[in-house]
Write a protein of this length. Sequence first.
Length: 194
Amino acid sequence: MQIKKTSLAVDSGVIITLNEGEQLHYLIGPVTFHLSDDMMKMGHPVRAAYEGLIQQGLVVVEEADQTVDALKAYVTRQRYYREIGGTSITLNGETIPVSTARGDERATLNATYSMIRDGLRQDGAAFKFNDGVSRRVPNAVMQAVILVVSGHVQACFDIEADLLDGIAAGTITTTDQIDAAYGAIPALHDLDNA
């Protein structure tokens, strides 16, 4: 949902204002606290509290026009958040978070894949996952983990391309449609039964 402006009025005046661009401010007396866009992401406690106020009718939401440019920007922003947001695998009955972040995390996975391919990684060598725990992982399983990460990242870009095509064609017109498309990306990959 793209917000144009929302506010919560109480006896002492307006204490919450959310303006276009999703910047949340708490106004308490003369002090203004700015909360970042990250705090407005799904699952963040600030967003959950804010949505609770909306559901109680204490905050009135006026939705902004969802222009083509705004929808395209939303698609790209959501793709990036989903791309780097990570995924999880099930291995030996344990759910393990796996980083999909750009930079060193992906470089480490690429290097591990190259070492396996070139016969340089000892089968069952330890690998430290996103939860900070090192686990001994056979090469075949490690390759499956790397494919999960690659598939996750590629799915994000594929969905972005499909959504941008849909916006251009006029079939994607709301952020709810965009969220639903990205929501189809699996959050958990079962490697025990792969």
